[in-house]
Design a protein around this ligand. Structure first.
Ligand code: ZN
Length: 279
């Protein structure tokens, strides 16, 4: 039977991603503060469509906005690990990476009474050690990699990258990858970001982005019997007027195309039943 799953997920970064890039003055802080305006709007919209999904939240954001995060939990959404700070693991010293992972787990347990089973790395950049740490700390799925689009896969451990000869691939682990893509992430399309060495222009027309996102779902529908398409949104990005209307149109159009909405843990469990891990 054909089944096409849409995971419309949210990374509630507030100011943590900007702070991690060294933007700590009042205006960038206020930019992240907009999460507190956007999250209630998004929760209301999801409730209207009876959608339960996944929110990935850094520990420092839970500490900054406990009431906002409690509202997400109260609405029945999954809370995934998104770092303690928003510094990507690839930029952290190994012992700092593990300490921050543990701290983030503990904070999520305090928030919702259970350990997170899913992890999404800040700015989508795992370190060479992250997979080992995720397995050690009992994670079930990961959502930071781009090796497929509609089909989850098992994360490998121990890849060796050589500049002058072919890759050596490590062995697959039980950890499930729910792949993502920058093309189905709202941030690069919409956020104007000026850093000392880079400029992200953003500010794209939301109808154009919506069209791309729906075409990606349509392609999955045409080419796969069963598949998952993951969208990644950030409350302070998607939560502005015209983009909220785009999000609403996205949910309506996906529903019309027969999408089954769910969070990443539920999607991972469904795929795991279809394709059990063989060591
Ligand atoms: Zn993030």
């Amino acid at each position: 039977m054909k089944r096409h799953i849409a995971c419309v997920t949210f990374d509630a970064d507030a100011m943590s991603g900007l702070v991690a890039r060294g933007l700590t003055s009042p205006t960038p802080v206020s930019r992240g503060e907009f999460d507190t305006v956007a999250v209630p709007r998004i929760l209301k919209l999801l409730d209207r469509y009876s959608i339960k999904t996944s929110f990935f939240i850094p520990g420092v954001v839970i500490d900054t906005y406990p009431a906002m995060c409690e509202a997400i939990v109260a609405a029945g959404h999954e809370i995934g690990h998104h770092g303690w700070t928003h510094v990507p693991p690839a930029s952290l010293e190994p012992e700092v990476e593990e300490a921050e992972m543990v701290r983030g787990i503990e904070r999520i347990v305090q928030l919702c009474g259970k350990r997170p089973v899913g992890y999404r790395s800040p700015s989508w950049d795992l370190s060479a050690d992250t997979v080992r740490l995720l397995l050690k700390h009992g994670f079930y799925y990961e959502s930071s990699m781009m090796g497929d689009d509609h089909t989850p896969y098992r994360v490998r451990q121990g890849d060796k990258v050589h500049a002058d000869r072919g890759m050596e691939f490590g062995a697959p682990t039980p950890l499930i990858e729910l792949p993502i893509s920058w093309s189905t992430d709202d941030f690069p399309h919409f956020e104007y970001l000026r850093l000392p060495t880079t400029l992200t222009p953003g500010l794209m027309n939301a109808r154009g982005v919506l069209d791309n996102w729906l075409q990606d779902f349509e392609y999955m529908r045409r080419t796969e019997e069963w598949g998952i398409l993951t969208y990644t949104c950030h409350p302070y990005v998607i939560g502005r007027g015209h983009r909220m209307l785009m999000l609403e149109r996205l949910l309506t159009a996906l529903a019309e195309k027969g999408a089954v909405f769910m969070g990443l843990e539920a999607a991972a469990r469904e795929w795991d039943r279809r394709e059990p891990f063989e060591a």
